[in-house]
Write a protein of this length. Structure first.
Ligand SMILES: [Mg+2]
Length: 171
């Protein structure tokens, strides 16, 4: 059961992920959660190191798509700033939004990588969609959507067994 919540790898921060290595691993399409992965919750501010990292993404010819349960109004400005596509109201962890994003970006299951901060939505959804995933540490837990707080409580219980043996800081 815990394997449904198991990511392929864990990293402390988005900007710690080596995109040349991501490419060597065969990934071509990256799907991104937004809140607490790219920005703080409901914030439009993107850290300079994150902006630079998305520049690297383009240099590596990797295609990126935001997949979020948030609205298009929230996602559009971020997607425009970072040069990404997006799928809004994705209803993670259901796999349909992931499949839509893969179709949109021309990604196969074996060449698509999901990156997000929540086991209960981002990582579970990736496993249901049959794709690899990276769990990043949330940027700032002090500001979050109310419902996410409930997820975090459950996540606390499953975190240790779900992450047992998962590589940290590398693939
Ligand atoms: Mg998130």
């Amino acid at each position: 059961m815990f394997s449904l919540f198991r990511p392929t790898a864990c990293f402390d921060r988005l900007a710690d992920i080596d995109l040349a290595e991501v490419r060597r691993q065969g990934y071509r399409v990256l799907l991104f959660d937004v809140d607490n992965t790219i920005t703080c919750w409901n914030s439009g501010d993107i850290a300079p190191e994150v902006v630079r990292w998305f520049g690297w993404l383009r240099e590596e010819n990797l295609r990126g798509c935001i997949i979020s349960n948030n609205s298009a109004g929230r996602l559009q400005p971020l997607a425009d700033e970072l040069g990404l596509d997006f799928v809004a109201k994705a209803r993670k962890p259901l796999p349909f939004g992931y499949r839509q994003a893969m179709r949109q970006m021309g990604g196969e299951q074996t060449t698509t990588l999901m990156i997000g901060d929540q086991l209960m939505t981002d990582i579970l959804g990736a496993n249901l969609a049959g794709i690899s995933s990276v769990l990043v540490t949330p940027i700032d837990l002090s500001r979050e959507f109310r419902w996410t707080y409930v997820n975090r409580r459950i996540e606390k219980l499953i975190r240790r067994p779900a992450l047992a043996g998962v590589p940290r800081g590398h693939f």
